[in-house]
Design a protein. Sequence first.
Length: 324
Amino acid sequence: MRPFRFAVQTTTAKSAGEWRDLARRVEDRGYSTLFLADHYIGPGPVSARTLLRPQHLAPIAAMAAAAAWTSTLRIGCRVFCIDYHVPAALAKEAATIDLLSDGRLEFGIGAGTNQGEYEAMGVPFHEAPRRVSKLEEVVSMVKAHWSGEPMDIDGEHVKVTGYAGLPLPVQRPRPRILIGGSKKRVLSLAAREADIVSMANVGWTPRNDAGLTPMEEAQRRYALVRDAAGARFADLELESSPYLLAVTDDVDGTVDRWSAALRDALPEARPELLKNHPNVLAGSLQQITDRLRERRETTGVNYITVPRKQLDEFAPVVAKLTGQ
């Protein structure tokens, strides 16, 4: 069994002091990692239409500041979008953060999914196969950049040649790479090339187009990753996030309230679905720890990222399970 570790994800802070205090609180509560997100839109109709909350902080500067204000906390972005950055520049930014944090970077990268945000920022949104092909080339280039060897890359989407990447990351042979996704091609890429496979939301319908429940879908993705990884599977971590989380003795009441709040956007998210959903956690400290152990057995997930709002109430779970 891979030992448990835990992260917090947020982009919200309205001052330097608030961000500094938050980073230190995440570290003090025993979390492994503070994740940003690679989103950029503020309040407005696009936020409402895409279900993306207004974003306060851009990731690179916020990651660097959080690293400077902490000493053991790992820093990352869950995940950088390949189309929002010049790939070679992003590789150098990431290596610089790893250097200046004394080796605490976790590098998340993905193919991009939110068409509404792309359009709002004037970024072309290509079909998924093209975006995934670009992701494959970006991952290969980032590894080459961090190796310190001369680069000569002439891909369809990435062209980098005539120099070696600097600075060298502190972590050797390189920082840990996280790739997230839900489809076979991206999960297979993550299984082959990443160190952490991020398992995206499995959906909110009782059964998907393949006739699988959310838990069965999570198990299908786990099997896919295991098969694609082959011999390197033992070295992989699997990460996921509970989008709905509460440490509570009133599970039924909590789930009923969530279902009511989601009725307009997700009418099929009924209480019975939420209780057994891989992206939902509700229960007492003991119930949640038992549930996470059970899910690690059935879905492989050992790395759990929680929303900022629940970082304090979830801290006893972190204390109980980290490293086990």
